[in-house]
Design a binder for this molecule. Sequence first.
Ligand code: HEM
Length: 203
Amino acid sequence: MTAALWYAGRGSGVVSLLLLTLVVALGIATRSGRTLPGLPRFAVAAIHRTASLTAVTLLGVHITTLLFDPYAQLRLLDLVVPFQGSYRPLWLGLGTVGADLLAALIASSLLRQRLGVRAWRAIHWTAYAAWPVALFHSLGTGTDAGTGWFRALALGSVATVMAAVAWRLSPDFAEAGGHARRRPVPGGSASDVRTLAVRGGGR
Ligand code: HEM
C-alpha cells in the first residue's frame, strides 16, 4: 500500500508539472489573441482552462498520497505553510509555495467577475513564479530527478516555457487588431469614433 501511495504521488506530481508547462504556454498563446495551428482562439483558451484545472486536481492527488506516505513525514501544516517540513525543507517548501500560488491563481480566476480585470491580472502574473518554483521543487525533492527520462521531460518543459516567454517578449507578439478597442479620435467629436488596434490591451 505504501509503495502504491509513493508511485501515485510521484506520477501525479510529474503529470501535474507537465500540465503546468502546457498551461503557461497556452496562457501566453491566449494572451496573444492568435490561433494556433488547427485550433481556433476559443479552443486555445478552453484547453488552457481545462489543463489548469486538471493540473490542480492532480496536484491534490500528489499532495494527498504523499501525506499518507510515511517516508516524507508530511504534516497538514506542510501543505500550506512552506519551509516547515522535516524532509528536505527547502525543496519541499518550494512545492508548498507553488501550491499556494496555484490556489491563488485558480481562486482569482473563479472570482474574476467580482475581482475585476486589474486585480485578476495582477494575481495571474504570479503564474510566471509558480512554474519555476514547482520545477525546482521537483528537481530538488523528486526520487526520479536523477533519471534520464525525468531530465529529458524537465529540459523539454524548460525549452517550451522559454520559447513561449521569448515569444511573449517579442515585438510582434499580439495579433494586430486582435485586441481592437473603440477609442475616440484625438481632436474629433464624441461621435467620431474609430476602432484602433491596441497592442496587448483588451482583456
Ligand atoms: C505546484 C505544485 C507541485 C508540483 C507541480 C509538484 C510536482 C512534483 C514532482 C514532479 C515531483 C517529483 C516526482 C518524482 O520524482 O517522480 C515531486 C516530488 C515531491 N513532492 Fe511535489 N509538487 C508540488 C507541490 C508539492 C507540495 C505542496 C507537497 C507537500 C507539501 C509536495 C510533496 C512532494 C514530495 C514529498 C515529493 C517527493 C516524492 C518522492 O520522490 O519521494 N509537492 N513533486
